[in-house]
Structures are given as C-alpha cells and as structure tokens.
Design a protein around this ligand. Structure first.
Ligand SMILES: NC(=O)c1ccc[n+]([C@@H]2O[C@H](COP(=O)([O-])OP(=O)(O)OC[C@H]3O[C@@H](n4cnc5c(N)ncnc54)[C@H](O)[C@@H]3O)[C@@H](O)[C@H]2O)c1
Length: 285
C-alpha cells in the first residue's frame, strides 16, 4: 500500500481547515491551499486557536502543538501539490468548481498520487470523470466538525481502484478516525438515512402539534438520541440541511427527501441556527 507522507488540502473553509488540523495533529506534513493569501492566513489562525484551546484544556502539550503547526504550510497555487501523495479537496460544493479543480490537480500530481473529495452531496463518480486518472479518485467524506467527528465515509466511485480505497481507508485510520467503505450513492450512508429522518421530525412538529423542546425531549428520552433533532439541525445549519435535502430529492425523487416548507421558510428568513443566533432555538451571540 502506498505510503502517505505529504497531504494537500484544497480549500481551508470549515471542513478543509478541520481536515488540515487533523492531519498535522497526526504528524503528517500538510499543505493547505486557499484562493487568497489572506484566507489562508485566516485558516492558519483558526487552526492555531483550536490547538491552543486543547493546550489550555490540558489535552495537548505545548511542544506537540508547536510541532503540529510547523507541519502546516500554505499556498494559493495548485501547482505546489506536485509532491503530495494525497490531496483532499474540500472546496465549495459546486460541480463546475470541483471539475475545474480535479482537471488542474490531476495534471499537477504524480501518477500514483490519490485525489480525494470531501463532497457531501455530489457524485464522486461525476467529479472523478474530470480527472486524467479517475481510477485514482475516491471520496473521503469527513463530518463537521472534522477534528471531533470520528466517522469518515470512504466512497468508491465507479472508476476507483480497490487499492486506492484501501489506502484512503488506512490513512483515515492513521488520523485516528473510524472509516467505513461505501458505494457512491446519493447521501452515501449517514446523510441518506439522517436527512429524511430529520425532515420527518420537522413535519411531526406541525402534525403532532409539539414544540421543538418536546420533540427533542421525545427523541432523546424515547429513542436514546444523544441530541434532539431540532438541536441537531440548528447545529448543522438550516441552510446546509436544506441544501443537502434538495440534492437528495433531486437524485432520488422521494418526497421524504424534500425539505419541509417550515424549514425552507426559516432558512429563507436567515434563521440558520446557531451560527446566526436563531433557528428552532435562540442562542446568545
Ligand atoms: N459544512 C459541512 O457540514 C460539511 C460536512 C461534510 C462535507 N462538506 C463538504 O465539504 C466541502 C467544503 O464545505 P465547507 O462547509 O468547508 O465550505 P466553506 O464555505 O466553509 O469553504 C469552502 C472553501 O471553498 C473555497 N472556494 C470557494 N470558491 C472556490 C473556487 N471557485 N475554487 C476553489 N475554491 C473555492 C473557499 O475559499 C473555501 O476554502 C463541500 O464539498 C461540502 O459539501 C461540508
């Protein structure tokens, strides 16, 4: 199995910065790429902040934090990924953007490098089609927040070579994650189940005339959920949830996949959950 010595991360937004943090903490040299130097430095600042909090809480030694930060380098140029063994793409969720990135990346990296996408809702098979060597493309679907969530779905596109799946799986384990292997079907495993389930929960609010507090209580104490569905949607972000529902509905055309009007209206009004201070609940700024 190919050894992963250096990783590239394309896009240092919410997910990319989290993935880069996990990589440097696991001792892997990591090159992060942003579309501007300013955005790249901002991502470095966020990673430094999160690792600093771990030091304050006694979860990480100061020397380990310094060593992790020293493993992170930044660029705005895709050409700098030429010596990466694995590049994980975590850019904006848009097929045209991803196609352009995979076309460019596959012209830059070595023939034996692996290109992974962190897409949640697009087809890995379709993304891979833009690459020069689509058999070297795989899905590595991390969950948000990447440093805290253990699951990584290792997604086999139609074209993916078996050895590429195994290398990505082993690398996720090396990061301390709990990977699973799955096919490239809409929503993969978790979102395919969770999105329609959360939509049903929102429909039940009106059908059963129950408050968000009581619905959350019902699922925590009646179904053993660690967190109620309204709290979970507020945490994920109503815009992110509506977008994921829309993508699943477009692919599968099952009514349960479509976001209920109540949640679409809230998202349209800007009540996006925790990040805007208001969703099903209100939050302190
Ligand atoms: N946020 C989540 O909960 C979550 C969870 C799992 C997977 N994902 C997936 O991860 C990916 C990134 O999502 P995010 O939430 O981190 O988004 P984000 O908005 O926080 O970050 C998007 C990144 O894309 C970059 N970008 C924007 N336009 C670009 C362009 N034209 N070319 C190249 N890069 C561009 C931005 O600079 C930024 O780094 C998406 O594919 C998303 O579906 C998101």
């Amino acid at each position: 199995m190919a050894e992963i010595r250096k990783v590239g991360v394309v896009g240092l937004g919410t997910m990319g910065a989290g993935i880069a943090q996990v990589c440097v903490e696991a001792g892997v040299d990591t090159l992060g790429r942003e579309i501007s130097g300013e955005l790249a430095e901002r991502a470095r600042g966020r990673i430094d902040h999160f690792l600093g909090r771990k030091v304050e809480k006694g979860q990480l030694a100061q020397e380990a934090k310094d060593a992790a930060m020293a493993r992170l380098s930044l660029t705005t140029e895709l050409a700098d990924f030429a010596d990466c063994d694995l590049v994980i793409e975590a850019a904006f969720e848009d097929l045209t953007v991803k196609h352009e990135l995979f076309r460019e990346l596959s012209a830059v990296v070595r023939l034996d490098a692996i290109l992974a996408t962190n897409t949640s809702a697009l087809s890995v098979t379709e993304i891979a089609a833009a690459a020069v060597h689509p058999e070297r493309v795989v899905g590595m679907h991390f969950f948000n927040p990447a440093p805290l969530m253990a699951l990584v779905e290792i997604v086999r596109a139609q074209q993916t070579e078996a050895s590429v799946v195994e290398t990505a799986y082993a690398f996720a384990q090396r990061l301390g994650k709990e990977p699973i292997r799955c096919n490239d079907t809409p929503g993969f495993v978790v979102n395919r189940i969770l999105i329609p389930l959360l939509n049903d929960c929102v429909r039940v609010l009106d059908e059963a005339g129950v408050t968000p507090e009581d619905l959350d209580k019902a699922m925590r104490f009646g179904a053993g959920w660690p967190m109620g569905p309204c709290t979970l949607v507020d945490l994920v972000g109503l815009d992110v949830h509506v977008h994921a529902s829309e993508a699943l509905w477009q692919s599968l055309r099952e009514p349960r996949m479509a976001a209920p009007p109540r949640i679409v209206g809230m998202a349209d009004a800007g009540y996006l959950g925790r990040k805007t201070g208001r969703g099903f609940y209100e939050y302190e700024a």
